[in-house]
Design a protein around this ligand. Structure first.
Ligand code: PA5
Length: 350
C-alpha cells in the first residue's frame, strides 16, 4: 500500500489541514462570491477605468493572473499583474487597483499600494487583516475581508472569486454568471474523485504524484493556462517541497526544444507534465505533439492532463484544483507537512 492510501499517516503529517482546505474549496468559492456581494463598492460604481492592476505576491497574485489569462482575448482594457517592488508606470487615477495580500503584511504589496494611492488610483483591498486592513480602514477605502486562519496559498478560492465578483459587479467582466457557476460545479465534481479517501488506483491526483515522484516537475500549458501552469509549479514548491518549473506554449516552442539535446544526467530527473485543452488550435496540437516527441524518450517521465468542463474558466480551474491536490500528495510522499512555511517566512524576515 502507498502512504497515500494510509489515511491516518496522511492526516498526522498534514498538521495544518491542507487536505481539509482542498476539500472545502468549492464551498469557499461560493463564500467568496457572497462576501464580495456584501462589500460596499458603491464609491467605484460610476467610475470609468482605462486599466486594471492586480497587486500581490505568491498565492495572493494568482487570482489576478488567472483572470488576466481567462480574459486574455476578451477584456476591453488591459489587466496587468504587478508582482514586486516596482510600481507600474501607467498606474493613475483611471486605474482600478486591487491590493491583494492574505496576511495584509507583505512588504512589496504594501509599497505598491501606497504609491498607487499617492497617484490617485481607486484601490480595493482584499485581505484577512494586517497592515493592509488598517490602512484601508484609515483611508476609508473599499475592502473585502477574507476569513482568517488559512495559509495564503490555500485561500485561492477567495483570492480568485472576490476579484471575479467585484469585476463582474463593476461591469468589467462581461461573461455570464453561468460560466462562473460552471467553474465551481466542475471543481465540486472533481473533489469527489480526488479526496484522500479515494485510493491511488482510481485517484488521478495520487497517480500523478506517484508518477512524478522523485522527479523535478516541468509543467507546460498553452496561453490560457499560463497562470495555472505557474500555480501548479509553485504549489509543487510550497506543498510538495520540490523544485519545479513551468512554461507556456507557443512561447516555449521558440526555446525549450533545444533543451532536449542535453545530457542524460540533466534530463533523467525531469518529470514533464503537459496540460491539454479543447481550445488548442490544430497548429498548436501539431506543435505540442512534435515537442513531446522530442522529449518523450529523453526525460524521466512524461505525463499529460486534460482540462475538464465547457467554459474556459472551468477548464482552467479544473487543472488548478488537480495540481493543488497533486502538490499536497507529493508533500506527503516526501514525508513533509504540506502546509509548512518556514523557508518563506525566513526570507520575509530578512
Ligand atoms: O503561498 C504563500 O504562502 C505565499 O506565496 C504568500 O501568498 C506570499 O508570500 C504573499 O503573502 P500574502 O498572501 O500574505 O500577501
Amino acid at each position: 500500500m502507498t502512504s497515500l492510501d494510509d489515511l491516518e499517516y496522511m492526516r498526522k503529517l498534514d498538521k495544518s489541514n491542507m487536505l481539509q482546505f482542498l476539500r472545502r474549496f468549492p464551498e469557499d468559492c461560493r463564500r467568496a462570491v457572497e462576501i464580495t456581494k456584501k462589500a460596499d463598492l458603491s464609491d467605484l460604481a460610476d467610475l470609468q477605468f482605462s486599466s486594471v492592476v492586480f497587486v500581490g505576491m505568491g498565492g495572493s497574485a494568482i487570482g489576478g493572473q488567472l483572470i488576466s489569462d481567462w480574459l486574455r482575448d476578451k477584456a476591453s482594457i488591459p489587466m496587468y499583474v504587478s508582482k514586486g517592488y516596482r510600481v507600474p508606470g501607467f498606474i493613475g487615477s483611471e486605474t482600478l487597483v486591487f491590493a491583494v495580500s492574505y496576511s495584509g503584511n507583505t512588504e512589496e504589496t504594501l509599497l505598491v499600494f501606497k504609491e498607487a494611492r499617492e497617484r490617485g488610483a481607486p484601490v480595493i483591498c482584499v485581505t484577512s487583516g494586517g497592515r493592509l486592513l488598517e490602512l484601508s480602514q484609515e483611508g476609508q477605502l473599499p475592502y473585502i475581508l477574507l476569513p482568517e486562519g488559512m495559509k495564503p496559498r490555500a485561500a485561492i478560492p477567495f483570492q480568485l472569486f472576490t476579484l471575479v465578483t467585484a469585476l463582474k459587479s463593476l461591469g468589467l467582466i462581461k461573461d455570464s454568471w453561468e460560466e462562473i457557476d460552471e467553474s465551481i460545479r466542475v471543481v465540486s465534481t472533481l473533489r469527489d474523485e480526488l479526496v484522500e479517501e479515494v485510493t491511488a488506483n482510481s485517484n488521478l491526483a495520487k497517480r500523478l504524484a506517484l508518477e512524478l515522484r522523485n522527479k523535478v516537475p516541468f509543467i507546460y500549458g498553452s496561453e490560457f493556462f499560463e497562470g495555472v501552469a505557474y500555480r501548479f509549479g509553485t504549489q509543487m514548491n510550497e506543498n510538495g517541497k520540490v523544485p519545479a518549473s513551468s512554461g507556456v506554449f507557443p512561447e516555449l516552442f521558440h526555446n525549450a526544444p533545444l533543451g532536449s539535446e542535453g545530457p542524460d544526467e540533466v534530463l533523467d530527473p525531469l518529470g514533464m507534465l503537459i496540460i491539454r485543452d479543447l481550445e488548442e488550435t490544430e497548429q498548436e496540437t501539431r506543435k505540442i505533439e512534435g515537442f513531446k516527441a522530442m522529449f518523450e524518450d529523453r526525460v524521466g517521465k512524461m505525463v499529460e492532463v486534460e482540462s475538464r468542463g465547457k467554459g474556459r474558466l472551468a477548464r482552467m480551474l479544473s487543472v488548478l484544483y488537480l495540481g493543488d491536490y497533486v502538490s499536497v500528495y507529493t508533500g506527503i510522499l516526501n514525508g513533509k507537512d504540506p502546509s509548512s512555511m518556514e523557508a518563506i517566512d525566513k526570507l520575509k524576515s530578512l
